[in-house]
Design a protein around this ligand. Structure first.
Ligand SMILES: NC(=O)c1ccc[n+]([C@@H]2O[C@H](COP(=O)([O-])OP(=O)(O)OC[C@H]3O[C@@H](n4cnc5c(N)ncnc54)[C@H](OP(=O)(O)O)[C@@H]3O)[C@@H](O)[C@H]2O)c1
Length: 291
C-alpha cells in the first residue's frame, strides 16, 4: 500500500492542479487516509518550524497547552517543571505527534537548575529562540494573619524563578534575536483584596519585564507580557487558605472561564508575528469577568 500511495503522490505532483484526473486520484488517496493537499497546507501554516522554545510550568494548565500549541506550529519544545511523571506523558504525546521535544525536571526557585535547563536546551537543539516563563503559584489569602511561607513560595516562584530563567536565557535570546514571553496576570494590573502578595508578585513581573524590554528591544529581542483573567486550571487547588480558595472557586463557577488553550493561542499569536512586530502586552479576560 505504501508503494501505491508513494506512486500516486509522485503522479499527482506532476499533474496540473485542479484537473479531473488529479482530483480523482486525490479522492482515492483520501479514502486511504492520505490527503496530499491537507499535508501541504499543514506544512504551509506552521510558522515556528525553525524555532526552539522552552516552556516552564509545562506539566499542567497554560504551560502544557502552550507547549502543545508551539509544537503544532513546528517549534522544538523543551517542557520543564517539577512533576516529571506529567512531563513524561506530555513528552510521549508530543513526540508521537512528530514534535521534537525534551523534558527537563526544573524547580525555578533553584537558580542552578534554571541555568541547567537552558544549557540542556542549547545542547539538545543548538540554541533557544523563545522562553515562555509560565511557572507560577497563586496562594491567595489576606495579608493580616497570613501564613508567610505562602509569600516565600510566591516570590521565589513567580518573581525570582522568572528572573533566574530570564537571566539564564538572555545570552541565547540576544544571540538569536529571540522572544521572551512572561505569563503575568490581570492581578499584575489590578490589585484586589485577598490577593496582596500574588498581586505584588505579578506587578513585579510586569515592572521587571518592561524595564528589560527597554534594555533589549533594539537588540532585536521581543518581550511580551501575557495577562490572563480566570482560567480553568489547577492553579486554585494549591491555595492553602480554605476561605480564600472557596471564595475564588465560587467566583470562577459563576462564569464561563477561559481555557488554557485560549491563552496558548494568545502566546502563539505573539510568537508568530513578523520580526519587526513586538506584541508587548496581551490582557485576556473571560467575557463574564467583571473585575
Ligand atoms: N489559571 C488562572 O486563572 C491564571 C490567571 C492568570 C495568570 N495565571 C498564571 O498562569 C501561569 C500558569 O498557571 P496555570 O493556571 O496553568 O496553573 P497550573 O496548572 O497550576 O500550572 C502551574 C505550573 O507551574 C509549575 N510550577 C509551580 N511551581 C514551580 C516551580 N517551583 N518550579 C517549576 N515549575 C513550577 C507547575 O508544575 P510543577 O508543580 O510540576 O512544578 C505547573 O506546571 C502562572 O504563572 C499563573 O500565575 C493563571
Amino acid at each position: 500500500m505504501r508503494k501505491v500511495v508513494g506512486y500516486v503522490h509522485r503522479h499527482l505532483a506532476q499533474r496540473p492542479s485542479g484537473d479531473a484526473e488529479g482530483t480523482a486520484w486525490r479522492y482515492s488517496l483520501m479514502n486511504w487516509g492520505h490527503d496530499p493537499l491537507a499535508k501541504e497546507s499543514e506544512a504551509m501554516t506552521r510558522q515556528l518550524d525553525d524555532k526552539v522554545a522552552l516552556v516552564t510550568g509545562a506539566s499542567s494548565g497554560i504551560g502544557e497547552a502552550t507547549a502543545i500549541a508551539l509544537a503544532e506550529q513546528g517549534a522544538a519544545v523543551v517542557i520543564a517543571a517539577r512533576r516529571t511523571d506529567r512531563l513524561e506523558s506530555l513528552r510521549g504525546k508530543l513526540s508521537d505527534d512528530g514534535a521534537r521535544v525534551l523534558a527537563v525536571e526544573l524547580d525555578v526557585a533553584d537558580q542552578a537548575a534554571c541555568a541547567a535547563a537552558v544549557e540542556s536546551t542549547v545542547e539538545e537543539f543548538g540554541g533557544l529562540d523563545i522562553l515562555v516563563n509560565n511557572a507560577g503559584v497563586m496562594l491567595l489569602g489576606p495579608i493580616v494573619g497570613a501564613d508567610t511561607t505562602d509569600w516565600d513560595r510566591m516570590i521565589q516562584t513567580n518573581v525570582l524563578g522568572l528572573m533566574y530563567m530570564t537571566d539564564a536565557a538572555l545570552p541565547h535570546l540576544i544571540e538569536r534575536r529571540g522572544h521572551l514571553i512572561q505569563v503575568s496576570s490581570v492581578a499584575g494590573r489590578v490589585p484586589s483584596r485577598g490577593a496582596g502578595v500574588y498581586n505584588a508578585s505579578k506587578f513585579a513581573v510586569n515592572a521587571f519585564s518592561e524595564s528589560l524590554r527597554q534594555e533589549i528591544t533594539q537588540r532585536g529581542v521581543r518581550v511580551t507580557l501575557v495577562e490572563p483573567g480566570i482560567v480553568a486550571t489547577e492553579l486554585r487547588d494549591h491555595i492553602t487558605n480554605e476561605a480564600a480558595k472557596n471564595s475564588v472557586n465560587a467566583r470562577a463557577a459563576e462564569m464561563r472561564q477561559l481555557q488554557s488553550a485560549d491563552i496558548a493561542a494568545a502566546i502563539v499569536y505573539a510568537a508568530t508575528q513578523p520580526d519587526h512586530v513586538a506584541v508587548n502586552e496581551i490582557l485576556v479576560r473571560p467575557t463574564d469577568q467583571g473585575w
